[in-house]
Write a protein that binds this ligand. Structure first.
Ligand SMILES: Cc1ncc(COP(=O)(O)O)c(C=O)c1O
Length: 397
């Protein structure tokens, strides 16, 4: 059996693959069958153990699950803690900076996820100067321009490792090297990277790495995570904080004595059901291994590009495999309608303005799934059936 056959042998662990061509793992990874059992276990523990669940299992789950994420980003045990969302994890870290008495500049780029750009914008009244490096082509951001924007007044750089629209992989090591030279920190949003490309926070010289399980880690909503370089922790005292970061949370003291470890970045009660839901996906990906996932992803995204070329469809995705993450965006006419038509035919994908129809193979995708999706896309454009699937009132596309 080849490695890829072995990856396909786990298809029966994902119920939705029986009925759909699932090409949307950049948005919501397929649910592992074991999630049902895991959530049932959550209910059983709550029902039978009641409040004792906290001391027996629930209290440490934010860190126990973090230990499953740590090897995926090159971090050590105890260094990753769970957070409810990627946006909130950023807000926690950002709240540790004082832009009035400290460095003022923050460097980011126009291709960063909007939610985080909104947060950064909100730091202006606190004295932050936000430098948003533009993209020339709507696909990538020039590393040289980012590096040029980082100077001695820079507090931190914050970009996505893999850009959500185009799947362009930033050269985060080069960015971090410049940041370190001038004493600035590098805070990376890895939501589109962890689970599809290998990450090594140490080798890349990063300071903070944030990601989540919803997409490539097949873990469902409410399970994001945060890593802060251990030597840096005690320099950061987030104002967005709470009782879980206290060294003695059950003493209920009125002043905060922050823990020195990764728990320092926690705040309120974690979303325990989300952690139960996230575990099976993390275990499957641990067992498969990220290098096998990346090798297959590079082969299948290249295959998508070849299929597009052969049918005259335009793709905005980087051609350089070293700069290409797990998604291929097809910039077709009527992209939104095409994506809705594909969905109506059980080919699940999404559409983003400025990117196009996005197809994201994952370790469970067959080559035939890709052939079917791209040929169907071409025929929808050719026969005009996209016109039957106009904009609906649904806010979720
Ligand atoms: C790169 C990136 N960052 C942040 C987010 C938002 O994450 P959350 O909804 O967990 O705050 C997304 C969601 O798609 C994303 O792709």
């Amino acid at each position: 059996m080849t490695t890829e056959d072995a990856l396909l042998s786990c298809r029966d662990r994902f119920p939705i693959l029986e009925s759909t061509n699932y090409l949307i793992s950049n948005s919501l990874g397929a649910m592992p069958r074991d999630v049902e059992q895991s959530l049932a276990e959550y209910a059983r523990v709550w029902a039978s153990r009641g409040v004792r669940a906290w001391e027996e299992t629930w209290w440490t789950m934010v860190a126990d699950l973090g230990d499953l994420v740590a090897p995926l980003i090159g971090a050590g045990p105890g260094e990753v803690v769970f957070q409810p969302t990627v946006t909130l994890a950023h807000a926690v870290v950002f709240s540790a900076f004082d832009f009035r008495s400290g460095r003022r500049r923050i460097v980011t780029d126009a291709m960063h996820f909007p939610s985080v750009l909104y947060l950064l914008d909100g730091l202006r009244p606190e004295g932050a100067e936000i430098v948003v490096v533009p993209s020339d082509d709507g696909v990538s951001v020039d590393t040289g321009r980012l590096i040029e924007a980082i100077d001695e007044t820079t507090a931190f750089v914050n970009v996505s490792h893999v850009l959500f629209k185009s799947a362009y992989i930033h050269d985060v090591a080069a960015i971090a090297a410049r940041a370190r030279e001038v004493g600035a920190l590098t805070i990376i949003d890895g939501y589109q990277s962890v689970g599809t490309i290998p990450v090594d926070v140490d080798a890349a010289g990063l300071d903070v790495y944030i990601g989540g399980c919803l997409k490539w880690l097949c873990g469902g909503p409410g399970a994001a995570f945060l890593w802060v370089r251990p030597e840096l922790r005690n320099r950061l005292a987030p104002r967005l904080t709470g009782w879980m970061s206290h060294a003695r949370p059950f003493a209920f003291e009125t002043t905060l004595d922050r823990r020195p470890d990764a728990w320092r970045f926690l705040h309120g009660t974690p979303s325990i059901p989300s952690l139960y839901a996230a575990r099976p996906g993390l275990e499957i990906i641990r067992d498969i291994g990220i290098n096998a996932i990346r090798a297959k992803s590079m082969r299948q995204t290249a295959m998508l590009l070849r299929l597009a070329d052969s049918l005259g469809l335009n793709c905005t995705t980087p051609r350089d495999p070293g700069r290409r993450g797990g998604t291929v965006a097809f910039d077709t006419p009527h992209g939104y309608e095409v994506s809705r038509t594909l969905k109506s035919r059980e080919i699940l994908c999404d559409f983003r303005p400025g990117a196009g129809v996005r197809l994201s193979p994952h370790f469970y995708t067959r080559d035939d799934d890709l052939i079917e999706a791209v040929h169907t896309m071409a025929s929808i454009l050719e026969d005009g059936s996209w016109a039957l699937h106009g904009r609906s009132s649904s806010p979720v596309t």
